[in-house]
Design a protein around this ligand. Structure first.
Ligand code: ASP
Ligand code: MG
Length: 412
């Protein structure tokens, strides 16, 4: 017997036919003798619709009332699933966030504080299934709170941690996490098992699959996750701690996946004076404005001569970044600001890098052979990233996927 959380996303809950298919899956787990809590999303598109109506009601809507409106999508699906399960003879009932409670602080993108699972323990002891709406909690003042878009994944992981589940299964419309975007590389392979850290680094490949915040939470509490399709009966991708991953797969590839991120903009400041404090004067206001600076490159200048400084920020932050930089132009003393949004960050990710030298060199060689110019480079213990012109995105991802041995063997 295992204790599991099953989480179903919006596409899995879109309409009664699909809800019945979900109920079938839940029933199978219950009949196998497991204690099951189900966390559900609103039907696909429903949360967008509710958000839109809040905006129509008033562009500067009250966050408290926004939460009251948008939490309703999950209330509908959890009730419908409980009714459907009951119709199949499964003892099930729904528990709204306030009925446990799931304590959270803030509105619109509230943070979970604690979850009381004593109600669930009693339900399981009596052989029942609990259906819980994702995305919602209740504040200390007993107000409804929602957890931010995509927050049902976080609800599921937090609940799994609180009820000491053996694992948290995330059912979605894809069958797992891939070595890269299969639309770019048709020979991308489904990853059987991956570490939390790698999953976080592969966010651009995996973010549509799982809310990043939920992966961070699972990592903190070492809760194994499994991403799998709610439409097919196939094992998905397991996301777990490094020890568990190594146990299952002792000789894994050094590189686990290739990610690309188009959401980066490059800024170059030309003619930066060579003096203490010049760089600090640039990044201080950006930090104060909460702008996330990612890659940073300062060109090697001869002592005393002005140099260039290149860095990247999220594309959406570019206008604000330029405005902040204009304010410190005098103090920092640079001559020009150049910007470029036609860039992409390509990353090779894998925990195997820790014990293998030469990964960065291999990456640079592979790209150089194709005449691809590198605009910036960053590395971490488990990742090498390069910034290149956007036009080379597909080529770069493809050749790196091949070079690092990730291409899937075609069935003969
Ligand atoms: N229904 C919410 C959303 O669409 C939460 C979720 O599904 O994860 O953002
Ligand atoms: Mg989702």
């Amino acid at each position: 017997m295992a204790r599991i959380v099953m989480k179903f996303g919006g596409t899995s809950m879109a309409g009664m036919e699909r809800i019945r298919a979900v109920a079938e899956r839940v029933r199978r787990e219950v009949e196998a003798g497991n204690e099951v809590a189900v966390v559900v999303s609103a039907m696909a598109g429903e949360t967008d619709r509710l958000v839109q109506m809040c905006r129509e009601a008033a562009p500067l809507y009250d966050p408290r009332e926004y939460d009251v409106v948008v939490a309703s999508g999950e209330q509908v699906t959890s009730g419908l699933l409980a009714i459907t399960l009951q119709g199949m003879g499964v003892k099930a009932r729904s528990y709204m966030g306030w009925q446990l409670p799931i304590r959270a602080s803030g509105h619109v993108s509230a943070l979970i504080e604690t979850i009381d699972v004593s109600v669930l323990d009693r339900a399981f002891a009596a052989g029942g299934v609990a259906v819980i709406p994702g995305f919602q909690g209740v504040t200390g003042d007993n107000e409804l709170a929602t957890l931010g878009r995509g927050g049902s994944d976080t609800s599921a992981v937090a609940l799994a941690v609180a009820m000491k589940a053996d694992r948290c299964d995330i059912y979605t419309d894809v069958d797992g996490v891939y070595t890269t975007d299969p639309r770019i590389v048709p020979r991308a392979a489904k990853i059987d098992i991956i570490t939390y850290e790698e999953m976080l680094e592969l966010a651009s490949v995996g973010a549509k699959v799982l809310q990043t915040r939920s992966v961070g939470l699972a990592m903190r509490f070492n809760m194994p996750l499994q991403v799998l399709s709610s439409f097919e009966d196939r094992p998905g991708t397991i996301i777990a701690g490094e020890e568990a991953v190594e146990e299952r797969n002792m000789e894994r590839n050094i590189i686990t996946g290739i990610a690309h991120d188009l959401n980066e903009a490059r800024i170059t400041l030309r003619g930066l004076p060579d003096r203490p404090g010049a760089v600090a004067a640039i990044f201080r206001p950006l930090a104060a404005a909460n702008i996330n600076v990612d890659m940073i490159v300062q060109s090697v200048a001869r002592a005393g001569e002005p140099s260039d400084l290149t860095f990247t920020v999220p594309t959406a932050s570019l206008p604000e970044t330029v405005a902040e930089l204009e304010k410190v132009r005098q103090e920092a003393g640079f001559a020009d600001i150049l910007t470029d949004t036609d860039v992409v960050k390509i990353s090779a990710v894998g925990v195997g890098m820790r014990s293998n030298a030469g990964i960065a060199a291999k990456m640079f060689d592979t790209l150089a052979e194709r005449g691809i110019n590198l605009l910036a480079i960053t590395t971490s213990e488990i990742k090498v990233s390069v910034l290149i012109p956007e036009a080379y995105t597909e080529l770069a991802v493809r050749v790196l996927h091949t070079a690092f041995g990730l291409d899937q063997e075609r069935a003969a």
